[in-house]
Design a protein around this ligand. Structure first.
Ligand code: NAG
Ligand code: NAG
Ligand code: NAG
Ligand code: NAG
Ligand code: NAG
Ligand code: NAG
Length: 621
């Protein structure tokens, strides 16, 4: 039986049962746990309100919620409107935003607040009300005809401050004897011109929820036990996770303490395991286990199909997407010669990619999910959604999609020269040092665009050399957004199973299941090492403790032997300046691999650093 338990533990899938019940969507907005729109879902301390759309109720007022980020446990509320054509916000009647400080929400320090139409007395406050204050920049950058904000230009005194201090984490006070209006901006970069400031909005954060409350065992799922809460003064029971599991307040479930590592290894190939176990187990038990998985698989396929139908309607009703066209099934079948096998460019866990030629002779790549493969369908749909929002020369360009056939299809530009990984390991063509630097730079720029210019930011989550395409001039284009996520998105596809690829995956992920922009930085660091060493991220032909390229190079760096890691073919005939730039790139790569996320540079900094290295290399003569 112990073996059976082991088998069950090894199989890692998207959790089917949530130990905590998530509230159903409000209109089209998901309501992630612990937020609660009703008495029988979410955690009752985290009440918000659904009335056609989501609202956040403060002590005396109510604000529409514009976005929710379960990953960071934050939500953003819309600002109070101005009273018609005056520089006074409506919530002056309730003294601005006042949160109940007994509830688990507070105002974060990401908010820059501009206080407008302030009284003289504010000049002696600790706020910055000088002529250089950002509030003047804001007003000056706003048109005089811009309704009420225009009116604020006639109010002489305004001030700026950063929220989240001890006195401002629960209130932003607007009143007759102080300031009569305000605007808040989340993560404002004050060096940007006002036209590029984010939409006004105020970010609130919630405290991680404890385990869900229960009264009897059946309120909990099979991974937890209903028991008294030691932190309450009796009377409250909660679902505590069994040993081997821990409470994950973001995914709202008991997560296994160990994770499996390779996404291709997740939820697949149980057959070998089952076969291995057959000898020791009675046939009946095995049959039951197989029956269970078949049942669960069927259920998931049905769910995915329903979802696909909904998504398809969404995409169709929105009339396609900005930069992309909706192709008909007929067009695609014609372009790919009815998905003929000689057009097959590649295949993976998600499905297949075909070469195609449209009627106007445009050459395209058509990616399609495997029929009935729920994960693959998810990934292709996700990629359609993500790619439709981006446009950058170093990201593969989407031409359109087709949601008419049973499996969704993604049509993107055909990039003729294969992947970086093919170049380094299959064709073994020696890429020159200069071309490697330029591939590194282009890739970094593409990723920096996703992190800093896309709104909301996008995390790629599967950066690796086999996802970097090269065109005929060796220009790099980042591809495969199947696992990408908008920085705020619902958690319905959070999996307790590691996403991403072994050898490239941020080690912090194993600790908290969160992938951030810095996880992409980590993966990119591994790609830099590949460019430097021409060695694979994972290679079992290297000595045991050097199998993982990141660890191998980090060890060489500690031994002050970084140049020993560089591909010998690159060092042949290299000038001393070139050798220096190799070393510099090596150190940059290692900084991307820092254990602590905070110590890693941002993708923007990485791109700038590579640009700098290129200028040094260019001056080599
Ligand atoms: C500023 O607030 C005062 C007091 O409420 C109000 O009388 C005045 O109209 C406001 N200024 C502007 C420009 O709206
Ligand atoms: C806010 O509501 C409370 C009751 O919930 C009331 O006592 C208080 O006066 C109200 N404050 C304002 C400024 O409206
Ligand atoms: C603040 O929240 C606490 C905890 O839910 C509640 O007991 C209290 O009544 C709330 N206060 C007000 C003024 O609504
Ligand atoms: C007020 O803010 C401006 C712009 O950020 C800054 O240059 C100035 O030094 C600040 N003044 C004070 C007194 O903090
Ligand atoms: C206000 O904006 C104008 C351009 O729109 C600029 O020339 C001027 O210097 C700005 N004034 C201040 C005080 O920022
Ligand atoms: C707001 O709540 C978060 C989450 O518990 C906490 O980390 C942060 O310190 C709080 N901020 C303030 C200013 O109290």
């Amino acid at each position: 039986m112990a073996n059976l338990l082991l088998l069950l533990l090894l199989i890692c899938t998207t959790p089917a049962v949530l130990s905590a019940r998530r509230c159903s969507d409000c209109g089209s907005s998901p309501v992630p746990y612990p937020l609660s729109t009703g008495p029988d879902c979410g955690d009752q301390s985290y009440k918000i309100r659904c009335s056609n759309r989501l609202f956040f109720d403060t002590l005396n007022n109510s604000y529409p919620i514009s976005s929710i980020s379960p990953d960071t446990q934050t939500l953003t509320i819309e600002p109070s409107p101005f009273l018609s054509n005056t520089c006074i916000t409506q919530d002056i009647s309730t003294v601005g935003v006042q949160l109940n400080s007994s509830l688990p929400f507070n105002i974060t320090s990401s908010n820059t607040i501009v206080f407008l139409n302030c009284s003289q007395s504010l000049l002696s406050s600790p706020l910055n009300c000088t002529a250089e204050s950002l509030c003047h920049t804001y007003l000056n950058g706003t048109s005089e005809n811009d309704g009420a904000i225009g009116a604020c230009r006639n109010a002489p005194i305004c001030c700026t401050f950063r929220a989240g201090g001890s006195s401002t984490s629960y209130m932003i006070r607007v009143r007759e004897s102080g300031c009569r209006a305000y605007r808040s901006f989340v993560n404002l970069n004050p060096s940007l011109p006002v036209s590029r400031w984010p939409e006004a909005g105020m970010e609130l954060q919630w405290v991680s929820p404890p385990e869900p409350v229960c009264t009897i065992q059946s309120d909990c799922d099979s991974d937890s036990t209903c028991g008294p809460d030691p932190n309450s003064n009796g009377g409250v029971n909660r679902c505590f996770c069994h040993s081997g599991f821990h409470w994950d307040p973001i995914a709202a479930l008991c997560a296994r303490d160990v994770t499996c590592q390779d996404r291709d290894g997740c939820g697949r190939d149980h057959t070998a395991l089952i076969a291995g176990l057959t000898s020791g187990l009675s046939v009946a038990v095995v049959a039951a286990v197989i029956g269970f998985f078949v049942y669960r698989r069927q259920k998931r396929i049905k769910e995915a199909r329903d979802r696909l139908t909904r998504e398809r309607e969404d995409i169709l009703s929105s009339g396609g997407v900005k930069s992309a066209k909706l192709f008909t099934g007929k067009e695609i079948k014609k372009a790919t010669n009815n998905f003929s096998t000689d057009r097959l460019l590649g295949a993976g866990g998600y499905g297949e990619v075909y070469y195609g030629k449209l009627d106007d002779d445009t050459v395209v790549a058509v990616k399609c999910a495997k029929l009935g493969n729920a994960k693959g369908i998810e990934q292709v749909l996700n990629e359609v959604r993500i790619l439709c929002q981006v446009n950058h020369k170093n990201l593969v360009r989407i031409l359109g999609c087709c949601v008419e056939l049973e499996q969704p299809l993604l049509v993107y530009e055909y990039v003729p020269n294969g992947t970086l990984s093919d170049h380094l390991y299959l064709q073994r063509k020696l890429l020159t040092w200069d071309s490697r630097l330029s591939i590194a730079h282009a890739t970094a720029e593409g990723l920096a665009y996703l992190h800093f210019s896309a709104v909301p930011p996008i995390y790629h989550r599967d950066v690796k050399s086999s996802n970097i395409l090269l065109d005929d001039k060796l220009n790099a284009k980042v591809a495969d957004f199947g696992l990408s996520r908008l920085a705020h998105t619902d958690l319905s596809h959070v999996s307790t199973c590691a996403q991403g690829t072994l050898g490239y995956l941020d080690p912090e992920y194993y600790r908290n299941y969160q992938l951030t922009d810095k996880s992409d930085v980590y993966s990119f660091g591994v790609v830099l090492l590949e460019l430097l060493t021409s060695q694979k991220a994972i290679d079992f032909s290297r000595p045991q403790d050097d199998v993982n390229l990141a660890i191998y190079v980090q060890r060489l760096v500690e031994e002050e032997r970084i140049m020993d890691a560089v591909d010998p073919a690159l060092k042949v005939g290299a000038s001393s300046v070139e050798l220096e730039t190799m070393k510099a790139l090596g150190f940059l790569a290692v900084s991307c691999l820092e254990e602590k996320r905070q110590s890693r540079p941002s993708m923007k900094e990485v791109a700038e650093e590579i640009e700098y290295i290129i200028t040094i290399a260019a001056a080599k003569q």
